[in-house]
Ligand binder design. Structure first.
Ligand SMILES: O=C(O)CCC(=O)C(=O)O
Ligand SMILES: [Fe+2]
Length: 341
């Protein structure tokens, strides 16, 4: 099923009758499934579909077969606590045409082969649930460094968000032993045809509260070598990949900590793809994906994945494993490369 082509009405549009209703204060983020919402609205006429109105998870579009049905539902349900929807008071308006945000959505792939970004590899269930618990306990027992919207830990070398680089003279020591099994297992990617000797010496642990993402960026070429691994723990997210038509080695965002970003970035001068990263999956960025594509985690509480709406967990923790570069980058993508500027 495609995305709905309706949105919240603005100004005078609110009074225009329509078979489609914009319903606020209900949705998957407050524990009300689309099926449940459809069953309640079905009492007033045939519901053709219930869709996320935006990424909040608390606003939906209910599409009826006729304006009459929508009118009846509006009269009965607007502003009143609804016992079948957790007693919530619904705020309902008639819905109008296609929003930019909906137009802005991108199909989300489940696998690397479906994604078709050269150099992206994704292995599901890279670690077990037990291992995941162990890794989360290990990092939770260590001090977190607070950024504006998320918390981080650095091992091996500190990553400096102002310069987007590492200070190679400041070695923090070997990577902690709790990542050793993961480091060993990265050899699985070689079997997938990903070449390169993998001696990783830098780990950044990111903890994203629900709804927090990461602005579009290319990991600085001069800071890290060509393989970047990212293990997802605790909660899922989607990662979007953008290939800009003109090379920009620095992030599109103005923020140093990768925190601030507008979800809508025009969208016309770049190619967009997205992949779903479930907990315990390991992502590898190599080659073109690592050097020439921006990666980005949209700031969503819920993600649309195929025909499902997937809620982000209460947090997502990622382990990004990289190898610090010792000389200038000599990649094949000079237009994206800070070493070759
Ligand atoms: O959280 C992630 O999976 C990605 C983190 C990332 O891109 C980075 O630290 O540069
Ligand atoms: Fe990154």
């Amino acid at each position: 099923m495609g995305l709905p082509r309706f949105t919240r009405p603005k100004g005078g549009d609110a009074n225009c009758s329509s078979p489609n209703l914009y319903v606020a204060n209900c949705g998957p983020a407050v524990g009300l499934s689309f099926d449940l919402i459809a069953s309640v609205f079905n009492k007033y006429g045939e519901v053709k579909g219930v869709y996320a109105a935006d990424e909040s998870g608390t606003r939906v579009i209910v599409c009826f077969d006729s304006e009459n049905s929508a009118n009846s539902a509006m009269e009965a349900l607007h502003g009143n606590p609804c016992p079948h929807l957790g007693g919530r008071s619904l705020h309902i308006r008639y819905s109008v045409q296609l929003s930019d945000q909906v137009k802005d959505s991108v199909q989300v792939s489940l696998t690397d082969s479906e994604l078709q970004v050269p150099g992206v590899y994704l292995l599901h269930d890279f670690i077990t649930v037990r291992e995941e618990e162990g890794l989360l306990a290990a990092v939770d027992s260590r001090p977190w460094h607070h950024l504006a919207k998320r918390r981080v830990q650095h091992y091996g070398y500190e990553f400096c968000y102002e310069t987007r680089n590492v200070n190679t003279n400041q070695y923090l020591g070997k990577l902690p032993s709790f990542v050793s099994p993961i480091l060993e297992r990265t050899s699985l990617f070689q079997k997938l045809g990903c070449s390169g000797d993998i001696v990783l010496d830098q780990l950044t642990v990111n903890e994203y509260p629900t709804g927090v993402g990461l602005s579009p960026h290319v990991d600085t070429h001069s800071a890290f070598e060509g393989l970047i691994f990212s293990l997802s723990l605790a909660g899922p997210c989607i990662m979007e990949f953008r290939k800009y038509s003109t090379g920009v080695w620095f992030s599109k965002s103005t923020s140093n900590s990768y925190d601030e970003v507008s979800d809508s970035d025009g969208g016309s001068n770049f190619l967009r793809k997205a992949i779903y990263l479930p907990p315990r999956s390991m992502l590898l960025l190599s080659g073109e994906a690592r050097y020439a594509w921006h990666h980005y985690i949209p700031h969503h509480r819920v993600d649309r994945v195929k025909d499902n709406v997937v809620r982000r967990g209460s947090r997502r923790v990622s382990f990004t494993l990289r190898k610090v570069r010792r000389g200038p980058c000599q990649c094949q993508y000079p237009e994206y490369c800070d070493s070759q500027k």
